[in-house]
Design a protein. Structure first.
Length: 177
């Protein structure tokens, strides 16, 4: 038993040191987001894997929205301001324009007008043709009282020869204060 606990502790330490030091403040699998009804009939949602893709024979555009829930309870490791946005996706032609995923973190003032694009990622700017996790840094003073936050995702499939997948999105901090 002691031996098993020792191995487990070693594995935990390895995972902690191998990953980027940071704290996820919010995340959603694609399947947990809200499909724009205009495009919903094209979408296949996987409850098992959490991704959204195109149904067999469907091409064109799918859009969905992921509401960002407030992280009112700060993690025990500090009060880091989120500064990194990530998406996990498959764009089968990488930088080519035949398939694509674009996503933005948006904010709107809760007391009126004032719209902000906090961060964005376009898969056609990256070479990955298989499942990829792409992150971008940004600078934004998060205020979950003064603003509503959400993530928009648009998927494009130009041909049924291959398919596009979005697994999920994350907002996190790459620093532990
Ligand atoms: Ca592409």
């Amino acid at each position: 038993m002691r031996y098993a606990i020792g191995i487990l502790a070693s594995i935990v330490a390895l995972v902690a040191s191998a990953g980027e030091a940071g704290a996820t403040h919010w995340q959603s699998v694609a399947a947990g987001c809200v499909l724009d009804p205009v495009y919903a009939s094209k979408a296949e949602v996987s409850p098992l894997y959490g991704w959204i893709s195109f149904k067999a024979g469907q091409t064109g555009t799918i859009k969905f929205v992921c509401p960002v829930t407030a992280w009112t309870e700060r993690p025990p490791w500090g009060d880091a301001n989120p500064n990194t946005f990530s998406i996990t996706y498959v764009d089968p032609d990488g930088a080519g324009a035949g398939y694509g995923v674009s996503t933005n973190v948006l904010a709107n003032r809760s007391d009126g007008d004032g719209w902000t694009n906090v961060a964005g990622i376009a898969s056609n700017s990256y070479p990955h043709t298989s499942k990829a996790l792409v992150s971008v840094g940004f600078s934004h003073a998060w205020d979950e009282y003064a603003r509503y936050y959400w993530v928009t995702v648009e998927m494009y499939r130009g041909s049924t020869a291959a398919n596009v997948y979005v697994s999920g999105v994350q907002i996190w901090s790459d620093q532990i204060p």
